[in-house]
Design a binder for this molecule. Sequence first.
Ligand code: NAD
Ligand code: DAU
Length: 350
Amino acid sequence: MKKNILITGGAGFIGSHLVRLFVNKYPDYRIINLDKLTYAGNLTNLKDLENSPNYVFEKVDICDFSAVQTVFAKYSIDGIIHLAAESHVDRSIKDPFSFARTNILGTLSLLQAAKEAWQTFDGKLFYHVSTDEVYGSLGKEGFFTETTPYQPHSPYSASKASSDHFVRAFHDTYGLPTVISNCSNNYGPYQFPEKLIPLFINNIINNKPLPVYGKGENVRDWLYVVDHARAIDVIFHSGKIGETYNIGGFNEWKNIDLIRLMIKVTDILLGRPEGTSEKLITFVTDRAGHDLRYAIDSNKLKNELGWEPSLQFEEGIEKTVRWYLDNSEWLNSVTSGAYQEYYKNYYSKI
Ligand code: NAD
Ligand code: DAU
């Protein structure tokens, strides 16, 4: 094998798309997927790769430093793409400790293991996948650029901001070759149905309420997950060490407009009369500390590395709804057991 690449969080939503892209595109790389398999990680997301000769899976918690060291000793790792994280803002409001543990201490454990394992930093790279939420919230105008000061508001974004700082500290202090990207909201197949788009598709299918936080006026900048994976590929291979790249599709949507679009597309594909599921819209208490607007300026990535999103949003949403409808087995399996327990009280109250 030409290179051993460690991808953390490869059984999750974005990670599984990235693992698939790398395993198929780079047959001479060995891709080691390191994942704890939390509620959000699922090996069925990668069923098609099970027998690929250049793919291996290691069930490891990134917070378990000695287990991480063992993985570094077992494979001669050339590059790390670190995605493993607790990723859902609402869960971080309920349980901030687990976010600090995984996102901060887990990242530190990987940084330290890489620093110790790599005798020389030549040809090595620690790529940290982060979020635009570290920049805080925008008003009606403007964009986040790579130089926007960090101003996280949720425990999730605070933990991601802290992990970004640790990555930069390892670069500045020890010379560890690092790169960071901060991406906007992703959507697409295999996203766990707790995030807005898959949660609402699942609820429309099952005629359940669609809980819109506040007035639905918050704005998010949506990117198809495969385009995020393509951007990571470009940055991993051509990005400059020590740099940060913002990733986004210049695709802002007010939540309520996006929800109406999802309802329209899903009703059509389910063969229901147009507008049937509008009645499911339920305005609920706003998320605490809810950031008003995110919008990413990804011109640095476009101008320096030539990346651009490949998919228009309307096409992406239709593709995504179709995927959830065609993969009811996957959807039913991830929404059984603990998932039902998690949402039981919630839906009885709204
Ligand atoms: P996800 O929740 O779908 O997947 C996270 C994965 O990490 C799961 O497979 C889980 O099992 C694994 N994991 C969690 N804790 C772990 C631990 N202690 N040890 C090992 N593995 C562990 O998340 P996602 O949406 O795919 O996000 C992936 C990364 O991208 C995260 O770092 C997130 O902050 C970042 N990000 C996400 C988005 C988005 O819109 N989803 C946007 C920008 C950045
Ligand atoms: O911006 C990147 C971030 O996007 C990632 O770093 C996070 O991992 C990812 O979860 C996502 O965070 P958001 O909080 O923006 O995504 P979420 O899907 O939870 O919510 C999107 C918007 O929809 C947000 O304004 C809150 C709103 N919302 C969400 C849910 C789950 C609702 O109105 N109702 C809901 O039930």
